[in-house]
Design a protein around this ligand. Structure first.
Ligand code: PLP
Length: 455
């Protein structure tokens, strides 16, 4: 392998790399762990220290590290045909095989896949698809997209505008003016004390309808939502939320974009999160788990109803005017096919359901009664422990105390990777589906020690 030896890569990293979501001046001074190897759920850094990765990278290395089957598929495709594009009716075989597999696994009514490289670019494509679709239907004014506070949809211009987290807007002059936001379905903080789940759902659906009416339904094109809000706090929707929301959207001719970037391909113990919550998408965004992040790949899965309109628009507009050099990259598709084979052959969706139930029970055991824990929640193999200054009534910590980031740091010292989610004191857990029962016990144990150290 052509990896150069005796080079201080950590020094090069501090000197030359502009890091994402990082305090740049701090990083240039001190750097951070440099990962050099992975196997199963374990990472090894350049100093030889090992970590249990309870986040599967960024909620994405679902089949775990070091899967030779995916590496072999990547190599085979690279030596056979590393690249050809899909413009002007050209094509390659692996994306076609993958598209059929995705459509067949997707919720009813989904028909086509437009491939991209990241969740962000896929959500930007979704916005353009909504605009194109509505213009083709003679409703060009339907351009506003409603998203939710604490939603995470990525960082490109449209996606960042839809993301409902302040930290991604500050300094950039975002959100752009097509985006609107409604309340997050986070009962702990957003429901009135004593409000029932049903009343909370009615409130959320009512607020969405009020916003559509205030803006004018003729100006609203789509609503975008993750089945579970991931990076915004692992927020599980209240029972009946999506059916109530969908009823409002249909009445006002507003499309539903379901962002399955985290939930898709097994994270919730089902192929897609939509299955868990009775969601019927018009458009669905996928990324992360489709390749378990071995190579970048994303997609917009488009329903027949939307596809028919978009395809028909070609009669007036000419060829569909959107696409990337890397749309339908054959190596990415080959990696995805090998990844989906592993998930199927090893029943990893069943494993995610089973291990997830174990993990959530173990977290509830370890943290449920802690005076500084407001809630332990999750679904499938994703969970959160939300820290509070006081349980009754639920009171947040002063953000300047940085409680969750300090717990994460203490965990890292113990060789555990978890994440503190932005704009709340939430600890997230989303390990690879191959996590064992013993590893779950270890993750939960080290997380509890880290909390005890900080508090
Ligand atoms: N959508 C969701 C739900 C995500 O969680 C993410 C990333 O975490 C994105 C979109 C953006 O994906 P990417 O980082 O690949 O651009």
């Amino acid at each position: 392998m052509a990896r150069p030896l005796n080079i201080d890569a950590a020094a090069l990293d501090r000197a030359y790399v502009l890091h994402p979501f990082t305090n740049l001046e701090d990083h240039a001074r001190t750097g951070g762990p440099m990962m050099v190897k992975g196997s199963g759920i374990t990472l090894t850094d350049a100093s030889g220290k090992t970590y249990l990765d309870a986040m599967a990278g960024l909620w994405c290395v679902n089949v775990g590290y070091g899967r030779a089957e995916i590496a072999d598929a990547i190599r085979e495709q690279a030596v056979t045909l590393p690249y050809y594009h899909g413009f002007s009716s050209m094509s390659t075989d692996t994306p076609a095989i993958l598209a059929e597999r995705i459509v067949k696994a997707a919720p009813e009514g989904m028909a086509r896949v437009f491939f991209g490289s990241s969740g962000s670019d896929a959500n930007d494509t979704q916005v353009k698809l909504v605009w194109y679709y509505n213009a083709a239907r003679g409703k060009p004014g339907k351009r506003k997209i409603i998203a939710r506070n604490r939603g995470y949809h990525g960082v490109t211009l449209a996606a960042a505008s839809l993301t409902g987290l302040e930290g991604l807007h500050k300094g950039f002059g975002i959100p752009l003016d097509f985006a609107r936001h409604v309340r997050a379905p986070h009962r702990l903080w957003e429901a009135e004390p004593g409000m029932s789940e049903a009343d909370f759902v009615a409130r959320l659906a009512g607020e969405l309808e009020d916003l559509i009416l205030a803006e004018g339904a003729e100006t609203v094109g789509a609503f975008i939502a993750e089945p579970i809000q991931g990076a915004g706090g692992v927020i599980v929707p209240p029972k009946g939320y999506f059916p109530a929301i969908q009823e409002v959207l249909r009445r006002h001719d507003v499309l539903l974009i379901v962002d399955e970037v985290i939930c898709g391909f097994g994270r919730l113990g089902t192929m897609f999160g939509s299955e868990v919550y009775g969601i019927e998408p018009d458009l669905m965004t996928i990324a992360k788990g489709v390749t378990s992040a071995y190579v970048p790949l994303s997609g917009c899965v488009v329903s027949q109803r939307v596809y028919d309109v978009i395809a028909g628009a070609g009669r007036t507009h000419g060829p569909f005017g959107h696409g990337y050099t890397y749309t339908a990259h054959p190596i990415a598709a080959a990696a995805a096919l090998a990844n989906l084979d592993i998930i199927e052959n090893e029943n990893l969706i069943g494993a995610a359901a089973e291990r997830g139930a174990q993990m959530r029970a173990a977290l509830a055991d370890a943290f449920g009664d802690h005076p500084l824990v407001g809630e332990v929640r999750g679904e499938g193999l994703v969970a959160a422990v939300e820290l509070v200054a006081k349980r009754e009534p639920a009171t947040r910590f002063d953000p300047s105390l940085k409680v969750a980031p300090r717990v994460i740091k203490a965990a890292l010292k113990r060789g555990l990777i978890s994440r503190a989610l932005p704009s709340s004191d939430t600890l997230a857990f989303s390990p690879p589906f191959v996590v064992t029962s013993a590893e779950i016990a270890e993750i939960v144990g080290r997380a509890r020690e880290a909390l005890d150290e900080v508090t």
